[in-house]
Design a protein around this ligand. Structure first.
Ligand code: F0G
Length: 364
């Protein structure tokens, strides 16, 4: 690879013509994006009807989640505006990305986190990347309200997805899917928390459709955790709860945009329980070798619940047409949440360092 092409990587370099940047924008990148779109033969078989299921593996971004796509834009634009410090509220992944990109851009980062509700890997990331970490006695919705208030009075750039550059960067995942498949898929399934990502994908799909780079628009289907499902229930959830801490959100900032994306595309929103999320997380790792964090598994849990051959008779989901191409975005890496994963560690047998002892243990 030439020196030049090394510098052509990252979502701003790759999709510059579709992003609000100019020569004046200092590009702060960690070569994010261009993540694999992995075909899943087993999920395809589970859906049946000649459908093909693909997994957009966003855990392979530099900080382990899709947030890097939006953060390269938010931090580059903050640097262009001369910001020295950035702030965000987060359930963990936004803070990891903000801290990493701020470090890369020579800025200070401040992250507001709901105390006790951040997966260990994400907390470690915030500290490693040098963020000022503030745990608040409240949930993500409280933290976001405080960030908005601080952004109004202090010279600190807010890099939550209420910052429009974030969604601009995140829409590039839809571009990549269209480029890989040669067209948009028929159905796109995502976990929904603060509701920015599903809104960003819908923007991206529409933009490429307008540029005639695709011939169709996918049905956008969002899954919320049953205990944190304000869009599904149509009302703010005051005390959201779920094992999928990344989407433990009761009053999403991009609620209206996401609801419009799901409705206008002919898709819908539904819920999955924590049990279904954990089962899907384990299934995906143990059947397809893709280890995602619990929130990410919500999209797989939803596919299994509503689109499998065994879907329940009362399923509100639009029926999937024969031969559909379905994309599930898995948003964050499984290693981010070691506590959840560690529950699977059981019965480790220690034997003599001896071939016959090993063979007798494994039944060889
Ligand atoms: N999956 C993961 C792994 C996430 O971290 C998030 C959001 C989502 C899904 C939902 O995406 O908010 O755009 O609907 N995490 C935010 C954070 C809230 O602070 O890291 P969304």
């Amino acid at each position: 690879m030439s020196f030049q092409s090394l510098h052509d990587r990252g979502v701003i370099a790759r999709w510059r013509e579709f992003l609000p940047v100019s020569e004046k924008t200092p590009v702060i990148s960690l070569n994010e994006g261009s993540t694999p779109l992995v075909h899943s033969p087993r999920l395809s078989a589970l859906v049946g009807l000649g459908c093909e299921v693909y997994i957009k593996y966003e855990g392979l971004n530099p900080t382990g989640s899709f947030k890097d796509r939006g953060m390269t834009m938010a931090i580059s634009k903050a640097a262009e505006a001369g910001a020295r410090a950035v702030i965000c509220a987060s359930t963990g992944n936004t803070s990891a990305a903000a801290a990493a990109y701020a470090a890369r851009g020579g800025m200070t980062s401040i992250v507001l986190l709901p105390a006790g509700k951040i997966a260990l890997g994400k907390l470690a990331q915030a500290f490693m990347y040098g963020a000022k970490v503030v745990a608040i006695e409240g949930n993500f919705d409280d933290a976001l309200r405080l960030v908005r208030e601080i952004g109004e009075t202090e010279p600190i750039a807010v890099v939550n997805s209420i910052n429009p550059y974030r969604l601009e960067g995140q829409k590039t995942a839809a571009f990549e899917i269209i480029e890989t498949l040669g067209d948009a898929p028929d159905v796109h399934i995502l976990p929904v928390g603060n509701a920015g990502n599903i809104s960003a994908y819908w923007m991206g799909y529409n933009e490429f459709h307008q540029h005639k780079r695709s011939t169709r628009l996918p049905k956008m289907i969002g899954y919320q955790a049953a205990g944190s499902a304000p869009i599904y229930y149509g009302k703010v959830v005051e005390k959201p709860e779920t094992i999928a801490t990344a989407i433990r959100i009761g009053n999403p900032a991009s609620w209206d945009k996401a609801a419009a994306a799901m409705k206008d595309s002919g898709g819908t929103v539904d819920i999955v329980t924590d049990e279904q999320i954990l089962a899907a997380q384990y299934w995906l790792a143990s059947h397809e070798g893709i280890f995602v964090e619990p929130a990410s598994a919500a999209s797989i849990a939803g596919l299994m619940k509503c689109m499998g051959k065994d879907r329940c008779a009362t399923c509100p989901m639009p029926t999937i047409a024969e031969g559909s191409r379905i994309v599930c975005t898995v948003t964050g890496h499984g290693l981010k949440d070691p506590d959840v994963a560690a529950k699977h560690i059981s019965g480790i047998s220690t034997v003599r360092a001896d071939k016959s002892a090993i063979l007798s243990l494994i039944g060889g």
